[in-house]
Ligand binder design. Structure first.
Ligand code: S3P
Length: 173
């Protein structure tokens, strides 16, 4: 069974993904890192050399070619919102939307070392970053909200993880 974590950049998909995978004793896959390995270049390089549209095509191909297995997969923030990828995600496994409020996302993105091409131009301008995140999140939430499970990414506790594990379990029966 494949468990896909979806949600905005900085929502906490990768750190939560590692925690969930370890609780379930399955592999953790970070989609962006896997794409970078396959492409032998960074997401940032793909964007600057070939543009976003090409990155979206690479992302969709990666998802299509993903081998069946028992994995927790943190997808890129845009993955469920392009090329009908959401149907592919739903066919392949269960999805969890890591729902995190805009101010939490903004503060995480400001602190992150990773270069994210979509927000790089406003990263140092708090107001502009907040406006961009709020605007993009509003556009993307209709996709994210179609996940099987919605999980609060701002307040992660061992109790909330227990509850999430229980919810995941109900899909695996
Ligand atoms: C993107 C999110 C990034 C990465 C790329 C585009 C997006 O992944 O796939 O920079 O469009 O939201 P993270 O959500 O892991 O930062």
């Amino acid at each position: 069974m494949q468990i896909f974590l979806i949600g905005f950049m900085g929502a906490g998909k990768s750190s939560l993904g590692k925690k969930i995978a370890s609780r379930l004793s399955v592999n953790f896959i970070d989609a962006d890192r896997a794409i970078e390995k396959e492409q032998n270049r960074s997401v940032q390089q793909i964007f600057s050399e070939e543009g976003e549209e090409k990155f979206r095509a690479i992302e969709t191909d990666w998802l299509k070619n993903l081998k069946e297995g028992n994995d927790v997969i943190a997808l890129g923030g845009g993955t469920p919102c392009f090329n009908n990828n959401l149907s592919l995600i739903q066919q392949k496994g269960i999805s969890i939307y890591i729902k995190t409020p805009v101010p939490v996302i903004v503060s995480r993105l400001k602190q992150a070392k990773e270069v994210r091409p979509i927000i790089e131009h406003v990263k140092k301008d708090h107001e502009a970053l907040t406006a961009l995140v709020a605007d993009m999140l509003a556009q993307r939430e209709s996709f994210y909200n179609q996940a099987n499970i919605i999980f609060d990414g701002a307040d992660v506790t061992s109790q909330s993880l227990d509850e999430l594990e229980r919810q995941i379990g109900s899909y695996l029966l």
